[in-house]
Design a binder for this molecule. Structure first.
Ligand SMILES: Nc1nc2c(ncn2[C@@H]2O[C@H](COP(=O)(O)OP(=O)(O)OP(=O)(O)O)[C@@H](O)[C@H]2O)c(=O)[nH]1
Ligand SMILES: [Mg+2]
Length: 465
């Protein structure tokens, strides 16, 4: 009887193997081993990746103009720079629109301050001196920009007007903070889609060339208008800091700066998936929900509360002397504090916390407990205080503390922390960052700091930890 056949790998060499056959066999065995090791490694990697969450969900909250969409741009630039650059071109019409709206706003301001210059029926009064010949000439030469604004608005927003406000209101200095373009969600995709259609593409290109031609012809005049003492004074009188508004600044910055400052008022919740371009990132993608922050938009927030890993709340601390665009009787800082209180005490967030808290980690990494707060627009706050605006005049409880940015930031930081302590249904850690969202370098330090917390929350929520 033959002994049972044993399967041995590699099989023993045949007895009559020549030297050349032996060399071939050893080489084949080496190659087979290399392939087998590669398969093992890739299986191990796959197992490891399966352990990691594929996605982290982040919710951006805060009042309108607090900087939510700007923080989102920072995330995109940081984690998906190639995709961000590919999108850059779609921002151009918005950048142009923000710029011309700002110029038109300044022209409107001059018109209101010097009515007798613009109306023959009006006699100059003691408070209304006629405009200097120099500024009158500038006003005339920049007049075509109103037409440019209209055509850009139509191009981006289609036939519907960008904002449902009257012409008079749009150029009313009281409305300065509303220099923005309202858009539906996914407007950059809409622009790309329009670019895909040949006839629209041709028209858009022709209009864009025309806009660029007009803007470059007006560039010197715009700069002169900006620098004019009457304009600077007019803005100062209304406590409008030039750099505060998306277009109200020395124009023609670098393309990245322009994109970060470009203003599109977010309407409704927008979902943005950021696929990490670096293979070393622990989470493969972030889904960021960028919410509209104006009062009427906030009703839509709650539906996202139970599925997010991290909430980032933005409070524009520079807005202490401003009122809401949608309600001029409400101070923006008071609104931000009230909103923060609502978030801290929200019942839906309690249930989120309850669900996520089951994860067995001592760092209770639930959505609610990982509230991150960005005290944003610190650059504007600093400029305002340094220009002599007294914080205590707007926030009386600040009393006679020194009117210095550092003191104001500390005061506000404490105020937000106290609300968290007082109104959160259970004790929760709050991470605070003082940011300037248009400073990508500084913001990337904050992003590096928060990415680990975001990973931890995503891991915990998926029960991996
Ligand atoms: N100077 C300065 N400007 C900022 C800062 N953060 C945001 N901005 C500008 O403020 C304007 C409003 O910012 P957005 O990010 O559009 O505000 P939002 O919170 O998304 O506003 P809504 O979509 O209306 O809710 C933009 O023009 C930004 O460029 C900041 O820290 N400093
Ligand atoms: Mg927004």
């Amino acid at each position: 009887m033959l002994p049972p056949r044993r399967n041995v790998w590699p099989p023993p060499p045949p007895a009559s193997e020549s030297d050349a056959e032996r060399a071939d066999r050893i080489e084949a065995e080496r190659e087979a081993k290399r392939v087998s090791n590669a398969i093992d490694e890739s299986l191990a990697l796959e197992r490891e990746q399966r352990k990691r969450p594929s996605n982290a969900k982040i919710l951006l909250l805060g009042q309108a103009e607090s900087g939510k969409s700007t923080i989102l741009k920072n995330f995109q630039l940081h984690f998906a720079p190639k995709a961000f650059q590919a999108e850059a071109e779609a921002w151009r019409p918005v950048i142009h629109l923000n710029l011309v709206r700002s110029v038109n706003f300044v022209l409107g301001l001059l018109e209101i301050r010097h009515p007798s210059t613009y109306s023959h029926d009006q006699q100059p009064t003691s408070s209304d001196s006629p405009l200097s010949g120099h500024l009158r000439r500038l006003s005339l030469s920049l007049a075509p920009l109103r037409q440019v604004e209209e055509s850009l608005s139509n191009r981006i927003a289609g036939s519907r007007p960008p904002e449902d406000i009257s012409e008079a209101d749009r150029y009313n200095p009281a409305k300065a903070s509303e220099i923005s373009l309202r858009s539906g969600s996914g407007w950059t995709a809409f622009l790309r889609f329009r670019r895909g259609s040949t006839s629209t593409d041709r028209n858009d290109k022709a209009e864009e060339t025309q806009t660029r031609r007009i803007l470059s012809a007006c560039a010197a005049d715009i700069m002169t208008l900006w620098a004019a003492p009457e304009v600077q004074q007019g803005l100062r009188d209304r406590e409008i800091t030039l750099q505060e508004q998306s277009g109200l600044r020395v124009p023609f910055l670098s393309p990245l700066d322009d994109i970060l400052r470009a203003r599109v008022h977010t309407i409704g919740p927008e979902e943005h998936v950021i696929n990490m371009e670096s293979t070393t990132e622990n989470v493969r993608s972030w889904t960021v929900y960028d919410m509209g922050g104006s009062t009427s938009q906030r009703l839509a927030w709650a539906q996202f509360f139970d599925s997010v890993h991290v909430i980032i709340f933005l409070a524009p601390i520079s807005a202490f002397n401003e009122t809401l665009a949608e309600n001029h009787s409400v101070n923006r800082l008071a609104d931000s504090l009230k909103l923060w209180r609502t978030i801290c005490s929200n019942k839906l967030l309690i249930s989120v916390e309850f669900i996520l808290v089951r994860a067995p980690v001592c760092l209770s990494a639930s959505a609610a407990s990982s509230n991150r707060q960005f005290l944003n627009k610190v650059d504007i706050l600093t400029r305002k205080i340094q220009s002599g605006i007294r914080f205590a005049e707007h926030v009386t409880s600040f009393r006679n503390k020194p009117n210095e940015p550092k003191e104001v930031i500390k005061y506000l930081s404490d105020a937000f922390a106290t609300i968290n302590q007082t109104y959160s249904p259970r004790k929760r850690k709050m991470h605070r960052h003082v940011t300037c969202a248009i400073d990508t370098k500084a913001t990337s330090v904050v992003i590096n700091d928060i990415r680990e917390v975001i990973l931890l929350n995503a891991l915990t929520a998926t029960n991996i930890l």
